[in-house]
Design a protein around this ligand. Structure first.
Ligand code: IMP
Length: 198
């Protein structure tokens, strides 16, 4: 099997793009959909796996490049796994995560006034690596943790300020990004895909 030397990273999300680049070897030539002015396709799938596949095949078709896509999100047990595949959409068109996080706190409080002992959650990431001939390979990574009672930290992106991974006391937003990226859902999904790269 010949190793991949150049790749399109199938996401228009800056935070994800940065984290995926950091997981990949330095020598690998990386392209972003922004360089080709390609918007994100509609995520019409019913699971992280389906949406990740939709993105990889769309971006690869548009560029004839091998594509690595990521579909990810936060599942909160008290909210019956919401926001889940709608994690991005909860932030609205302007990607306002203050709003999305407020919505999470409100929904949790409506279900249970004191939810501090009922705060288990997990981040999920499904990655798809897809070649222009249609060959593809998928992998999934999960990190379990808890929802913090308040937003903490300025690092990372999205829901990082409210997620405390099991075994740690800091939120992803408070952690050094190097530490987050060595334990999180994206890292775990990537471990299974690493073998395809130089
Ligand atoms: P999508 O995969 O583009 O549909 O977006 C996933 C959404 O889940 C992102 O916009 C983030 O809000 C959230 N998300 C996924 N991974 C992370 C993470 O590592 N930290 C914080 N939020 C994340």
């Amino acid at each position: 099997m010949s190793k991949i030397k150049e790749i399109l990273i199938g996401t228009n999300n800056k935070g994800k793009y940065r984290e995926i680049c950091n997981l990949l070897p330095n020598e690998l030539k990386k392209y972003s959909p922004k360089e080709f002015n390609i918007p994100t396709p509609k995520e019409t799938g019913k699971s992280f796996e389906e949406n990740s596949f939709i993105k990889a095949s769309y971006f690869s078709k548009k560029t004839s490049l091998i594509c690595l896509s990521d579909d990810s999100g936060l599942e909160i047990d008290l909210l019956k796994s919401e926001p889940g595949i709608y994690s991005s959409r909860w932030s609205g068109e302007k990607n306002n995560f203050d709003l999305a996080i407020k919505k999470i706190f409100e929904k949790m409080s409506n279900i249970k006034k004191d939810w501090t002992n009922d705060n288990t959650a997990r981040f999920i990431c499904c990655m798809t690596l897809l070649w222009p001939d249609g060959k593809n390979y998928s992998s999934k990574g999960v990190i379990r943790g808890k929802i913090s009672i308040a937003k903490k930290g300025k690092n990372g992106f999205g829901y990082d300020p409210i997620f405390i991974p099991d075994g740690y006391s800091q939120t992803f937003g408070e952690m050094e990004s190097k530490l987050k990226m060595s334990i999180d859902h994206r890292f775990k999904a990537f471990l299974k895909i690493k073998k395809f790269f130089i």
